[in-house]
Design a protein around this ligand. Structure first.
Ligand SMILES: *Cc1c(COP(=O)(O)O)cnc(C)c1O
Length: 398
């Protein structure tokens, strides 16, 4: 997955364009910038690639989620449905707005279980936020039907799945809003950075203003711009955007290589009858950044993960014990440990997750191993790794 593995002259050239103008800020300084508008250029390129009308670049994927929610008017006491298996940014962005993260089970897709989503809806629910973890997606069709029925927004966290698609639409463009991250471990990277994509003009305009202190960006003179509403600083810099332009141009070649390596691993592991692969919903195409599979039991999965390590197969993850990605280790959320007081709506509405029954999630995540696909490997190395994986897994399953 990591774009940081493949960097080259194009990235350097793009950054140099910016350094030569001396304008690192994405807005203003028109006279000094020598025609260089890297953030705007990256936004146009992303809109084109994602088949959306609008893209708003921001400073990170976490910022993208926060800005996306804010742009749709989400605030104090609103409930946002999110999965138990994700990255901590999901609840961080929700809580940043005073909204309430409602955790819901994942299924064999390792993303939101539509039936569990439906059960979690209350009169306060405003958003369903599927997170396309490890390169593959939720059943977006089922989730969209639920959202349409209950008048909810569908916000896709596509931070880990850029380049994948569902029913022919790029992931991130299927729902009302989509978010991407360009942090240092994502498929394409700009060091830090993120994006909100949408076809909704109102959300886009709101995101544009909100991510820059509420500036309306209509005047030529920044000092004279109005602030129609409160905002914050979630801007991306020209330097980061410049790197992003070069990386986006590489995206399709990255995807092609990931798919090639994924296929080698998958065909090797398919020879083991006990291994079941992660379910990809009908109509979905992964971005192939990980190969995820299930062992028959949690104990076997733990042993398999150890055996892979012993065999020298690194970069395989057992998420069940991970404290960034799985609800079991999110004590700071459960205990509401914050530096300041949380809004009283959050204190009152946040469920006590120590008492929640997420055994359906445990059933899948407890048996799952996800192996990262690295772009820097050679085909020979991938074949060797695949053999080692088969050997390690067979040893455990004997
Ligand atoms: C990386 C990531 C984010 C947040 O992105 P940052 O740019 O690191 O803030 C959000 N959601 C998921 C699923 C991620 O993997």
């Amino acid at each position: 997955m990591p774009g940081f593995e493949l960097f080259g002259e194009e990235e350097k050239k793009q950054v140099n364009d910016v350094l030569e103008t001396g304008v690192l800020m994405r807005y203003g300084f028109d006279g000094m910038r020598n025609g260089q508008w890297k953030a705007k250029e990256f936004e146009s390129a992303l809109s084109k690639r994602m088949h959306t009308k609008y893209t708003q670049l921001v400073s990170s994927g976490t910022a993208a989620l926060t800005v996306a929610l804010a742009s749709a008017g989400i605030g104090t006491g609103d409930e946002v449905i999110m999965p138990t298996f994700t990255f901590v940014a999901s609840f961080e962005s929700i809580l940043a707005l005073g909204a309430v993260p409602i955790l819901v089970d994942v299924d064999a897709t390792l993303t939101l279980n539509p039936a569990a989503v439906e059960k979690a809806i209350t009169p306060r629910t405003k958003v369903v936020m599927p997170v396309h973890m490890c390169g593959s997606m939720a059943n977006l069709k089922a989730l969209k039907t639920i959202c349409d029925t209950h008048n909810l927004l569908l916000l896709e966290d596509a931070c880990q799945a850029i380049g994948g698609s569902f029913e022919g639409k790029p992931l991130g463009s299927y729902g009302d809003l989509g978010c991407f991250s360009f942090d240092f471990v994502k498929t394409i990277t700009s060091g830090e950075g993120g994006a909100v994509v949408t076809n909704n003009e109102k959300y886009y305009t709101n995101a544009d203003h909100y991510s820059d202190h509420g500036h309306d960006h209509v005047g030529k003179d920044r000092g004279a711009e109005e602030h129609p509403f409160l905002g914050y600083n979630y801007r991306i810099s020209e330097l980061h955007a410049a790197v992003g332009i070069a990386q986006l141009e590489r995206l399709d070649s990255f995807l092609e290589r990931q798919k090639q390596y994924y296929t080698i691993f998958r065909e090797a592991l398919a020879t083991i009858p006990e291994i079941v692969f992660r379910e990809v919903p009908e109509g979905g195409v992964e971005n192939y950044s990980f190969l995820s599979f299930f062992l028959p039991t949690q104990e076997l999965a733990e042993n398999a993960h150890k055996a892979l390590g012993t065999e020298g197969v690194d970069a395989c993850f057992y998420w069940f014990h991970n404290n960034w990605h799985y609800y079991r280790k999110w004590e700071h959320l459960t205990n509401q440990t914050s530096l300041g007081k949380l809004p009283k709506e959050v204190q009152e509405q946040l469920p006590d997750y120590t008492k929640s029954d997420f055994s359906l999630s445990d059933k899948w995540v407890g048996r799952n191993i996800s192996c990262l696909i690295k772009l820097s490997w050679t085909t020979e190395e991938v074949k060797e790794r695949a053999q080692k994986m088969v050997k390690a897994l067979n040893r455990v399953l004997e």
